[in-house]
Ligand binder design. Sequence first.
Ligand code: GLN
Length: 279
Amino acid sequence: MNIFEAYNSTKKALEKAGAEDYVFEAKQIIKHITGFTNAQILMNYTNQLSDYQQNRLMALLKQRELRYPLQYIFGEWSFYGYDFYVGPGVLCPRADTETLIEKSLELLKDRKNPEILDLCAGSGCIGITLAKQVPEAAVTMVEKFPEAARYAEKNIVRNSADNVRLITGDIFESAGADKKYDLIVSNPPYIPENEMDTVSPETKYEPETALKGGKDGLDFYRAIIKNYKSALKEDGIMAFEVGAGEAAAVRSLFKDAGFKDTGTVNDLNGIKRVVFALL
Ligand code: GLN
C-alpha cells in the first residue's frame, strides 16, 4: 500500500466510523505514521508504507473506529501552534478554545508584565500558550486533579514555559488567589448535568470532571466570580470559555457581581464561545 492509498482508505474508514473531521484526521494520521511533513507527503505519495507502518496504521484505525480520541492515540496535540502532551485523565485541547486565547491576547495588549491566572488548567494549553505569547507575563495555573496536573507539568517543560507556576488545588477553595492578577482565564467544566449523555463518543473517553458543570452548567463560573473577584487588580479582567447557549447567563453573573463592561466573542462556528468582563 502506498501513501496515497493509505490516505484514501484511512479517510474512508474514519468517515464510516462517524469521525466528524475525517479528512483532517486522515491527513494527521498519515503524517504521524510516515513522520513526513505535508510537503514531503505531496512529493512522495507513491512511496510504499513499510509493514511496520501498515501495522501501526491498522492498530490505530482499530482504536479510532471505537471513537477513542485521536489526541489520546497520538499522545500529543497541537494547540495555537504549540505541542501538548495529552492522554486519558485530561481534556483534549480544542480549536474552539483558541478563541479564548485570541481575546485574551487582545485584552492584555498595552499591559506591562501582566499577571495571569488560568483556572481548571487541565493540560495547561491556555496558560502555557499565553505564557509563550506574552513572554514578560507571569502565569499561574491551577488544576485540581493530579492526573491532569501531571500533563500540565510535562507541558510546561516541553514548551520551556519558565514563566508558569502550577498549583494543584481547588477553585472552590480559592487556590491561587494569593496575589492580584491582570487577567483571570478559565475553560472550566460547563456541560449541564442532564446534557452529559449528549456528548460525542470521543468526549465520553474524557474525564467527566473536566466536563460536568453542575445542574445548569454554571457552577464553576459562579464559584470563580465569587472566589476570585478580589484576586483581580483594580482594572482586572476575567475571560471564560462558555458552552453553547450559556453566554447570556454568564454575562448576567458578571453584571450581578458588579463588573462594569462585559462582552462576548464568537467562535469559528458562530457560537458565542467567550464571555469577558472588566472590573
Ligand atoms: N467543549 C467541550 C465539549 O463540549 C466541553 C469542555 C468543557 O466543559 N470545558 O465537549
